[in-house]
Ligand binder design. Structure first.
Ligand SMILES: NC(=O)c1ccc[n+]([C@@H]2O[C@H](COP(=O)([O-])OP(=O)(O)OC[C@H]3O[C@@H](n4cnc5c(N)ncnc54)[C@H](O)[C@@H]3O)[C@@H](O)[C@H]2O)c1
Length: 295
């Protein structure tokens, strides 16, 4: 049985563990949190998993490493130094980081050629995408192997040509989310209505066609060129950006809308996972050999 070591048992690490475990991998988890055993028993019932605070012993004998620890460069550097020392020299060391550059994570690391970003969207067990981002010192065989592993897990790995902060998904998300906060701060719309507006329009559209493909369709038979010249040419307003000093107001409004704490979180997870599962199959994402309807 192939062995995966997952570093960090938070939101992302637990979900990776379900995915790898469900695909027949033996899972070893490492996390210094004091409630680790209890967490693993509660969240990973039925998954072939062992858990320890000791990163070195969790990494020994791994065939693949998926790091999902805190998004702090000094912690990542420390974790990857230990991973380099305690894994074989053909083992991929993939980081789930949302935005940190692989070249920075790999700085001074003797296993820089084995370090790559494997950035999932939350939750990795359901979302098809994994962004695979090499740094300048990442070996081609590392990228190839990461792509092969994610594909075998039923994911859609997309390999970026080069690194850039935030990669692609989070650069897009950052711009979009900033505009959402700006619109709430400006009193244009409430939090829940904005979420509904997006789900009923851009969310649904982008689940079936990407932004460029939507542009082609929006222009009719004359294509995106027509859309850009016609509707696009009138979109000349200033975007505006949220006031960082007033982000507390936005966060208060989000908490009023959705609640806080474990019961609220679990209710939202159940709703999201149920809806996501319901659309994965019709959209062509559940068959590992499928390409999700790409042409
Ligand atoms: N949450 C998201 O939506 C999301 C999506 C994609 C990628 N990511 C990335 O995944 C990673 C994990 O994010 P998360 O949201 O699961 O964070 P999280 O805070 O839920 O979990 C992080 C875990 O790391 C553990 N940890 C702390 N120090 C450690 C160490 N030295 N060794 C091992 N584990 C350690 C913590 O105890 C915690 O359980 C981050 O790099 C983040 O950028 C997050």
């Amino acid at each position: 049985m192939a062995v995966v070591t997952i570093v960090g048992a938070g939101v992302i690490g637990i979900s990776w563990a379900r995915l790898f475990g469900g695909a027949g991998w033996e899972v070893r988890m490492s996390d210094p949190r004091p409630d680790l055993q209890e967490l693993v028993e509660r969240e990973l019932a039925g998954v072939p998993v062992t858990a320890t605070a000791d990163l070195a012993s969790a990494a020994a004998g791994a065939d693949f490493v998926q790091e999902a620890g805190p998004e702090r460069i000094e912690i990542k550097e420390e974790m990857f130094a230990a991973l380099a020392a305690h894994t074989g020299d053909d083992v991929v060391l993939a980081s789930s980081s949302s935005s940190l550059l692989p070249s920075v994570i790999a700085q001074g690391n003797p296993a820089a050629d084995r370090i790559v970003i494997g950035h999932p969207f939350n939750p990795p067990e359901l979302m098809p995408l994994v962004e695979v981002v090499p740094g300048p010192r990442t070996a081609t065989r590392t990228v190839d192997r990461a792509v092969e592993v994610y594909r075998a897990l039923g994911k859609l790995p997309i390999r970026l040509k080069k690194e850039i902060p935030g990669f692609v998904g989070n650069r897009l998300q950052k711009v979009f989310n900033e505009q959402c906060a700006y619109l709430v701060q400006q009193g244009v719309i409430d939090v829940k209505e904005l979420d509904e507006l997006v789900r009923a329009s851009l969310g649904l559209r982008w689940a079936v066609t990407g932004p460029f493909e939507s542009g082609v369709l929006g222009g009719g038979p004359a294509g995106m060129r027509h859309l850009v010249e016609h509707v696009g040419s009138q979109l000349t307003f200033e975007d505006g950006s949220p006031d960082p000093a007033r982000m507390g107001e936005v966060l208060d409004a989000v908490e009023r809308a959705y609640g806080t704490g474990r019961p609220a979180y679990e209710r939202l997870v159940e709703l999201r996972d149920g809806r996501t599962r319901a659309v994965l199959d019709p959209l062509g994402w559940t068959n590992p050999s499928s390409d999700g309807g790409r042409q």
